[in-house]
Ligand binder design. Structure first.
Ligand SMILES: [Zn+2]
Length: 168
């Protein structure tokens, strides 16, 4: 099994090599690869690896990292650089992007909306979920989504009430 650290960018104009150069990932001890995948038609898939570590992100893990733990145990010395790099990508893209650290070919079990500040803290505190895909959004967007969820919930509650009344 191989750890992959991924950023998906939902953007019509695909992210290109010049964008990657501008990120200067190597100053933070990382390399970024632009992956060609099915997703490429709709956006860009970036893979983050440690500088000099080859094609996967396994080198980020500590030797004690458990395979079934809900959060990864990454080496403490890589946390700040990784958090800063994701921050740089967010600054460069300025649109919807996701971040995850998953075993190769495994799908996330949970999707979570976070601000870039929240994600920065999650990475910095070594709390990256091992089955979570983080959707980085602005605070305003998250507020809007919460409102939609509230409305949906209110609607469902009303429906439930209706059905309950019909039965009795
Ligand atoms: Zn590996």
């Amino acid at each position: 099994m191989c750890l992959t650290v991924n950023v998906y960018i939902a953007k019509k104009d695909s992210f290109d090599r010049d964008d990657i150069k501008r990120l200067k990932a190597d100053t933070l001890g990382f390399n970024i690869y632009l992956r060609k995948s099915k997703f490429s038609k709709r956006g860009s898939h970036l893979m983050i690896v440690e500088l000099g570590a080859g094609g996967c992100a396994c080198s980020l893990l500590t030797d004690e990292a458990g395979f079934d733990s809900p959060t990864w145990q990454l080496r403490l010395e890589v946390l700040d650089g990784l958090a800063s790099l994701v921050n740089r990508i967010w600054d460069t893209v300025g649109g919807l992007l996701t971040f995850d650290a998953l075993w190769y070919a495994e799908a996330p079990v949970e999707n979570r909306d976070v601000t870039i500040e929240e994600l920065y803290a999650i990475i910095g505190n070594n709390k990256i979920g091992s089955k979570t895909r983080y959707f980085i959004r602005s605070e305003e967007e998250i507020r809007k989504l919460d409102k939609i969820e509230e409305k949906n919930k209110a609607y469902l509650d009303q429906m439930e009430e209706l059905f309950r009344n019909r039965k009795s």
